[in-house]
Design a protein around this ligand. Structure first.
Ligand code: ZN
Length: 320
């Protein structure tokens, strides 16, 4: 059972604050998530308590840890709901997350359209930049806010992953939190489907002389410090650890176990380098192969979920 302390969600050096962890996806410019629990956003967030007014509440679907509140009817058998149920199993199995007997719920507030979502976010969390989706963890609940749109599938996979991690672990370093969410965001029969865009861009970056630095990622505490290239690198380190060697995978699994047990973990890089000497060089070689590795698992079509084609993710890209 997850420790009863509620400080587990007080992350990124802001444990004294009552609401600290946010994550969102941009509509246009930026890939990944943002914690508004630091910097300029926090005082505004603290000044206004969340209200149920304006939240979707006409329909609800509950499935294990997932609760979906919406004004449009999804139904318990909707493919999105079914997919998130499978995702929960995959996240727990792949990461060997401790099963929480209480199974703290992650509530997804799914707005029918962008306008209603924008209105709610702007009124409830004034000052937050617009993002396609937010994960907000408070001592009271784990919640995802988003709206029905072309990216709903990957947004929900990404944010629900955050919710599952925070339901099981006392803390999650920012870079790892995002790396894991990016990893599980990509649909596939099995976890680990390569993000093609990331693979291409990373391979090009390596050719251009870019070099990885996991210790630099570990120093990032505020989301404002994380750029798109950092999301890509975080995703790649997660992919590398889970798929390159059994030792690398074990390092990550052990580290996640430590995050379950303590809110003050050591650095993952310390144990990674101990288990995998020349980890940076191995990572470089691995990244170089990802671009040719991408078709190893199939990616189901987005059409079955929204009736629209899965758009290319060029708008979420930026050269490292
Ligand atoms: Zn995120």
């Amino acid at each position: 059972m997850r420790p009863t302390t509620t400080t587990c969600r007080f992350q990124h050096g802001l444990r004294q604050l009552p609401m600290v962890w946010l994550c969102g996806l941009t509509l246009i410019l930026l890939a990944g998530c943002h914690s508004a629990g630091s910097g300029n956003g926090i005082s505004k967030l603290m000044g206004k308590r969340e209200s149920d007014g304006g939240l979707p509440q006409r329909h609800s679907v509950a499935a294990e840890q997932l609760v979906v509140m919406s004004d449009l009817k999804l139904g318990a058998k909707h493919p999105l709901v079914e997919e998130l149920k499978v995702l929960r199993e995959q996240v727990h199995e792949k990461l060997q997350l401790p099963e929480d007997e209480t199974g703290e719920k992650v509530t997804v507030y799914l707005f029918s359209n962008e306008m209603e979502y924008r209105k709610y976010i702007e009124e409830t969390y004034p000052g937050l930049p617009f993002r396609r989706a937010y994960f907000i963890g408070t001592p009271d609940k784990l919640a995802v806010y988003t709206f029905w749109g072309d990216k709903i599938r990957e947004d929900l996979r990404h944010e629900f992953t955050h919710g599952l991690l925070h339901a099981s672990l006392q803390t999650v370093p920012l870079w790892l939190d995002e790396g894991l969410a990016e990893y599980f965001e990509v649909p596939g029969v099995e976890p680990g489907t390569v993000n093609n865009e990331y693979a291409v861009r990373l391979a090009r970056a390596v050719q251009s002389g870019w070099r990885p630095d996991i210790r630099r990622l570990e120093r990032l505490e505020k989301v404002e410090q994380m750029h798109r290239a950092d999301y890509r690198e975080s995703w790649a380190w997660v992919h590398f650890m889970l798929h390159s060697t059994p030792d690398g995978k074990q390092v990550l699994l052990d580290y996640l176990q430590s995050l379950h047990e303590t809110s003050h973990p050591d650095l993952l890089s310390t144990s990674l380098v101990a288990a995998l000497p020349e980890a940076d060089a191995r990572f470089l070689n691995y990244v170089a192969t990802l671009n040719t590795y991408r078709d190893w698992l199939s990616t189901p079509s987005q059409e079955q979920f929204t009736g629209t084609k899965r758009r290319e993710t060029v708008s979420r890209a930026n050269a490292p």
